[in-house]
Structure formats: structure tokens, C-alpha cells
Design a protein around this ligand. Structure first.
Ligand SMILES: Nc1ncnc2c1ncn2[C@@H]1O[C@H](COP(=O)(O)OP(=O)(O)OP(=O)(O)O)[C@@H](O)[C@H]1O
Length: 298
């Protein structure tokens, strides 16, 4: 388990991480989702002792990362797949990792097979690797010590859709065997595919967290009609909150109630369905738009 408690990081007057608390539970894949610059990497660097927090702290399986004697045996870390020595082959990089952790050399071939790198790919220098191959090698370095916890910053970056499904299955197997996985992404879709639990961060703050099913179920109903204003008035009379969307409404109620209310109000519907994920997507787009505006202003 990873426990993040009231973490704050200031850079001068800028607050990159602002009172962030969450846990990544054992047996679950937790997705850490946020737009560029939201504070994901800073939080993960603090977790593994590379950046000091201004306040707050993180424990991994009850310990501070910096107290671990042989950290690679307990926590597998992938922060930047491009940071691997470009002049070495994949096999050499894994052999060095195995040696540093005091592992038998046989672990190198086993781990290469686990991440789907062939023997001939492993002989190539990393400078000739695609981004997807670097991610697989980075994941291999994280896995080689057979840790219980994985901390992965944007591990799906550069993977094609089949690669993302492959990673989902690998991380699913890891969590089902009792492991803890925390992975970050700036893409909602990746997190939806891979994660069981989701923590959403925007501008250094946690803006939502829960299981994927909870967050998706909270999305309500999508309804389209030629007369959304009239339907919104009828729903408001029933004390139901609505949000206008293109050609209709997002409603904080189940589709049955929306259909009955529309029928009573004499409003013909064009579409009525559970808004799976739409609430999360809207919230995420708002976060992204705010960041994009900041970027434009800068
Ligand atoms: N060493 C530093 N000095 C000053 N500001 C920093 C430093 N490191 C990060 N920041 C700022 O902190 C904010 C959060 O950055 P961080 O890299 O944690 O975001 P992120 O969510 O990982 O984004 P991305 O998806 O782009 O990697 C950004 O505005 C960044 O510019």
C-alpha cells in the first residue's frame, strides 16, 4: 500500500503540489490522472525520495522509501523511460540492475520475456529503441526485483492500443497477485482502460478520487431533445440538477426518472442514456482547458 498524507511542495512562490492525500491500495491498480503540469511527477518523485516535500509525507508498505535497504526488491519505479543509458543494450541495463540488487543473472532473461522484449531486441542499444520498447525495458527494470509495489510515471506513453491492453493485463496480474500499482497518465482513456481506482489531480490539488465504477456511476444521465429548456424547467421543479450540453442536458438523476419527467412535461426525447464516464470526462476537460488557458497566457 502507498499512503500519501498532506503532501505539499512549493517552488519559490509556486505551489506544485497542494495538500495532496490519497492511498493506493494493495491488490488494486490506482490511476493518477491529471493534465500536463498538474503535479503528478512531482508527487511521484517525492514518493521515491528524489524530491523533498515542503510538508507532508509518504509511506510505502509502512516505510519511508529512503529507509529501504534494497529498495528495488520492494518498490519498482519507472519515472522516465528515456532516462536509460542510450549506449547500453537492454540486456546490459537489466544485468546491471540485477547485479545492483544482488539478483541471479537468470532473472534478466525471465524479465525480458515478462515484458515481451525478444532476445534480439535485448541485444540492441537503447538509442535504437522505439518509445514503446523503452517503456517495456523501463517496466522490466521496475519488475526485476520482484517488488510488491510499482510506481510508474506515464508508462503507457508511446504504446499503441495493443500495447496498452498488454500493459493492462500485466498490471492486472501483478495486482491480483497481491501487488500495489500506482500509475500516472494525462489521458483519461488510458486510465479508464487500466485502473481500478482513480485519483484526479489538477493544479496541484486532488479534485476527485474513488473507484472507477463509483466515478463513472456518478455521471448521471445524458438526454437530448428539441426543447432542452422546457425539460430543464420540469426537472428543476422535481429538484433535479441539470447541466446544458450540446443539444441536450446532463442530468444528476437516473434515466428512468428523466424519462418519466419528460413524459409528464410532454417533451419528446431524441436520446436518453446513462452518461457512463461523461461526468469524469467533462471534469477532466475543464481541468485541461484551465491549464491550456494558462499555457496560452504564458
Ligand atoms: N524543479 C522545479 N522547479 C520549479 N517548478 C517546477 C519544478 N518541477 C516541477 N515544477 C512545476 O511544478 C508543476 C507540476 O509539475 P509536474 O511535472 O509534477 O506535473 P505533471 O502533472 O507530472 O505534468 P506532466 O504530465 O506534464 O509531466 C509544473 O508547473 C512544473 O513547471
Amino acid at each position: 500500500m502507498i499512503s500519501v498524507e498532506h503532501l505539499t511542495k512549493h517552488y519559490g512562490h509556486f505551489t506544485a503540489v497542494d495538500n495532496v492525500s490519497f492511498t493506493a491500495a494493495t491488490g488494486r491498480v490506482t490511476g493518477f490522472l491529471g493534465p500536463n503540469g498538474a503535479g503528478k511527477s512531482t508527487t511521484m518523485r517525492i514518493m521515491v525520495g528524489l524530491t523533498r516535500p515542503s510538508t507532508g509525507h509518504v509511506t510505502i508498505s509502512g516505510s519511508d522509501y529512503r529507509e529501504l535497504v534494497n529498495p528495488g526488491l520492494e518498490v519498482g519505479v519507472l519515472l522516465d523511460a528515456s532516462a536509460q543509458h542510450a549506449g547500453r543494450s537492454g540486456r546490459e541495463i537489466l544485468a546491471i540492475a540485477a547485479q545492483t540488487m544482488g539478483l541471479p543473472r537468470s532473472r534478466v532473461s525471465e524479465t525480458l520475456a515478462r515484458v515481451g522484449l525478444t532476445e534480439s531486441e535485448a541485444e540492441r542499444r537503447v538509442r535504437n529503441y522505439s518509445l514503446g520498447m523503452r517503456q517495456r525495458l523501463g517496466l522490466a527494470t521496475a519488475l526485476i526485483g520482484d517488488p510488491q509495489v510499482l510506481i510508474l510515471d506515464e508508462p503507457a506513453n508511446g504504446l499503441d492500443p495493443a500495447g496498452i491492453r498488454w500493459m493492462r493485463d500485466l498490471l492486472r496480474g501483478f495486482a491480483d497477485a497481491g501487488g500495489t500499482v500506482l500509475l500516472s497518465s494525462h489521458l483519461l482513456h488510458e486510465i479508464e482502460v487500466i485502473a481500478d481506482d482513480i485519483v484526479v489531480i489538477g493544479q496541484g490539488r486532488i479534485v476527485a478520487q474513488g473507484s472507477k465504477s463509483e466515478l463513472l456511476a456518478a455521471a448521471g444521465t445524458l438526454v437530448r431533445t428539441a426543447d432542452p429548456e422546457r425539460l430543464a424547467r420540469a426537472l428543476a421543479e422535481a429538484s433535479v440538477t441539470t447541466t446544458p450540453i450540446d443539444g441536450g442536458l446532463r442530468v444528476d438523476a437516473d434515466p428512468e426518472l428523466v424519462g418519466e419527467t419528460a413524459h409528464r412535461a410532454g417533451v419528446a426525447l431524441r436520446e436518453l442514456r446513462a452518461a457512463d464516464g461523461a461526468g469524469l470526462e467533462e471534469m477532466f476537460l475543464e481541468l485541461t482547458a484551465e491549464t491550456a488557458r494558462e499555457g496560452a497566457a504564458a
